[in-house]
Design a protein. Structure first.
Length: 532
C-alpha cells in the first residue's frame, strides 16, 4: 500500500506539472504573478498552422570576394603612401587589382611590400608600361576566394538569424540549402514587406566626409572630382509630407565603418517628437570616431547606410564619448528595424530573394480544424473499440490514452517546440501506439486468466511478460523518431518531435499509470476480478 501511494503521488505530480504547462496555451491571458513565478510559454504553431512566410534567399557570395578585393586595394594605396612608393593608379576590376607605379620606383620594394603586408593578394604579372613605369596585376588566390565565399554564406546565415530573433519571430526555421542559398520559414509574420526589408538590408554603415567644395550640379551630370561619389539624402517636409532627395558629393573613402558598433537603440527627440537611433562603439571605435571628429571640426560628416545618406551633421566639437546619433525622419517601426540591423551587423554580401510565399492564417485555421477533427475522430474510434472489446479494462486504457495526449501537449510547451500539421499526425500515430501497448498487456492477462490464474496473478504476469515486447517496440521507434528530429527540417522535424514525446508518454501511461490503477482496484477496492 505504501508503494502504491508513492506511485499515485508521482502520477498526480506529473499530471499537475502538465496542467501548469498547458494553462498559458488554454487561457491565453495570464496574471502578472503567474508569469513571474510559473512557466508562461504557449505551444508554438508552425508555418502550416498559423500562417507566415516561406523565403529562399541567394547570398551573392561573389560580391563578398569583390568587396574583399576592394578593401585590399584601399589598404594597398595606404601602404604605398606610407612606404613612399609613388603610384599613378591602384584600381580594382572585379576580383583583380591593377597597379601602375610612376617611373623610377623600385619594383623589388613593391614586390616585398605585397609579400609582407598582403598575403591575400598575389602578383600575377608585371610589365613596363608606356610611360616608363611598372604595371602589376594582382589577384586573390582561388583558395582564398572560396574561403571568402563560404564565410559570406555562413556569416549571412548568422546575421539574418540574429535579425529575425530580435524582430520577435517565434520558432523561425533558418537553414542552408546548397552552397549559396538560405531557406527561411517565419511563422506568424503579420507584416511580410517589413520582414523582407529587414532581412534583405545589407546594413553597411559608413562615415564619410562631405566635399562642400564640389559643384553638385556638375556632379549630377557626371563630372565628379577624383576620389568622390554622388549620394542622396532623403528629407521629409514636415508640413507637406513630401519626400525630397538632396544630392550630396562625399569622399569615396569611408573614414570609419559600422564594424565597431556594440549597441544601437531607439530614442525620442522630444523637441520634434520623432524617433532617432543612437549608436555605441567599442573602445577601438570610440578612439577612431574621436580622432575623426577632432580632425574635422566644422566639416560635415555624412552617415551613410547602404549608399543612402541618413544625415550629414556639421561636427561642432570633438566627440570622444563613443556614441553617435542617426536621424532621418523615421517612423517608430523604421527606427526599430534600423536599430536591429545595426546591432546584428552588416551582411557580408547582398542577398537576393529568389522565392517568396505567404501562407495566410485562414489556411492555417483550416489545417488546425481538420487536424484536430482527424485526431478527435481517431481517438473516439479507438476509445470506443477498447471500451467495447475490453470493457472495464478498456476504460482504464482510455484514461491512459487521454493522459497520454495531455502529456504530449505539455511536453511541446515545456520544450518550446513547434506544433506542425505533421506533428498532429505524429500525435494521432502515438495514440494508436499507446493502445497497442495496452492491447499487448490485456491480451496477456486474458491468456493467464484462461489458464485458471487469479486476477492478481494475471495482472502481474500480463505486465511482466508484455514489458519486454513493449520496450523493444518503443525503443526501435524512438530511435527512428530521434533520427527524424535530428536530420529533418521543418514539418519532418515537427513530426519527429511529437512522435518522440508520444512514445515516452505512451510508455509512461500504458505501463506505469494503468498498472497503478489495477493495483488500486486490487489493494484498495479488493476486487477479485475485472472484465478483460
Amino acid at each position: 500500500m505504501k508503494g502504491l501511494k508513492w506511485r499515485a503521488l508521482l502520477i498526480l505530480a506529473v499530471l499537475g506539472a502538465a496542467v501548469v504547462l498547458l494553462v498559458p496555451t488554454i487561457t491565453g491571458t495570464l496574471p502578472a504573478w503567474w508569469s513571474a513565478a510559473l512557466p508562461s510559454d504557449k505551444i508554438h504553431l508552425g508555418l502550416d498552422l498559423q500562417g507566415g512566410m516561406h523565403m529562399v534567399l541567394e547570398v551573392q557570395a561573389q560580391k563578398a570576394v569583390e568587396n574583399q578585393a576592394e578593401r585590399g586595394a584601399e589598404n594597398l594605396r595606404e601602404e604605398l603612401r606610407l612606404a613612399n612608393i609613388k603610384y599613378a593608379k591602384v584600381e580594382r576590376t572585379g576580383t583583380q587589382v591593377a597597379v601602375d607605379l610612376l617611373p623610377g620606383q623600385d619594383r623589388a620594394q613593391f614586390d616585398k611590400l605585397v609579400r609582407d603586408k598582403f598575403p591575400d593578394l598575389q602578383i600575377d604579372s608585371s610589365r613596363t608600361n608606356e610611360g616608363g613605369g611598372s604595371s602589376f596585376d594582382l589577384s586573390m588566390p582561388a583558395a582564398e576566394q572560396e574561403r571568402v565565399r563560404k564565410m559570406a554564406v555562413e556569416q549571412a546565415l548568422e546575421t539574418i538569424s540574429n535579425r529575425i530573433d530580435q524582430f520577435g519571430v517565434v520558432e523561425p526555421d533558418i537553414r542552408r540549402q546548397g552552397d549559396t542559398e538560405l531557406v527561411l520559414q517565419l511563422p506568424g509574420i503579420s507584416d511580410p514587406q517589413r520582414a523582407v526589408k529587414l532581412i534583405g538590408q545589407t546594413a553597411l554603415l559608413e562615415f564619410k566626409l562631405v566635399d562642400d567644395t564640389a559643384d553638385v550640379a556638375a556632379a549630377m551630370k557626371g563630372s565628379l572630382p577624383p576620389g568622390t561619389e554622388l549620394l542622396y539624402e532623403s528629407r521629409v517636409d514636415r508640413q507637406t509630407g513630401r519626400t525630397e532627395r538632396i544630392p550630396m558629393v562625399v569622399r569615396k573613402r569611408a573614414l570609419m565603418t559600422g564594424t565597431s558598433i556594440t549597441d544601437a537603440r531607439v530614442q525620442i527627440d522630444h523637441q520634434f517628437n520623432e524617433p532617432y537611433v543612437t549608436v555605441g562603439f567599442d573602445a577601438r571605435g570610440t578612439r577612431e570616431f574621436g580622432k575623426i571628429t577632432t580632425e574635422n571640426v566644422k566639416r560635415r560628416l555624412a552617415i551613410v547606410l547602404d549608399n543612402n545618406v541618413y544625415s550629414a551633421p556639421v561636427i561642432q566639437e570633438p566627440i570622444t564619448h563613443g556614441d553617435a546619433r542617426i536621424t532621418g525622419n523615421f517612423t517608430p517601426d523604421e527606427a526599430h528595424d534600423l536599430a536591429i540591423v545595426l546591432r546584428a551587423g552588416a551582411l557580408p554580401a547582398p542577398v537576393k530573394i529568389i522565392e517568396e510565399r505567404t501562407v495566410g492564417p485562414s489556411l492555417g485555421r483550416d489545417s488546425i480544424h481538420m487536424g484536430l477533427l482527424s485526431a478527435l475522430v481517431g481517438g473516439i474510434l479507438v476509445g470506443g473499440f477498447m471500451l467495447f472489446y475490453y470493457r472495464t479494462s478498456g476504460l482504464i486504457a482510455n484514461v491512459a490514452l487521454i493522459l497520454n495526449v495531455v502529456l504530449i501537449m505539455a511536453g511541446l510547451a515545456a520544450l518550446r517546440a513547434t506544433l506542425t500539421l505533421p506533428g498532429i499526425a505524429g500525435i494521432v500515430l502515438t495514440v494508436g501506439m499507446a493502445v497497442d501497448a495496452n492491447v499487448l498487456i490485456l491480451e496477456r492477462m486474458r491468456e493467464e486468466m484462461r489458464l485458471g490464474k487469479t486476477f492478481r496473478a494475471a495482472v502481474e504476469a500480463g505486465y511482466s511478460r508484455a514489458m519486454v515486447t513493449i520496450f523493444d517496440c518503443n525503443l526501435t521507434t524512438i530511435v527512428t523518431a530521434l533520427i527524424l528530429y535530428h536530420f529533418g527540417t521543418g514539418p519532418i522535424r515537427g513530426f519527429g518531435v511529437t512522435l518522440t514525446l508520444g512514445i515516452l508518454a505512451s510508455f509512461f501511461t500504458a505501463v506505469f499509470v494503468t498498472r497503478v490503477i489495477f493495483d488500486y482496484l486490487l489493494v484498495e477496492r479488493r476486487l477479485q476480478s475485472v472484465r478483460v
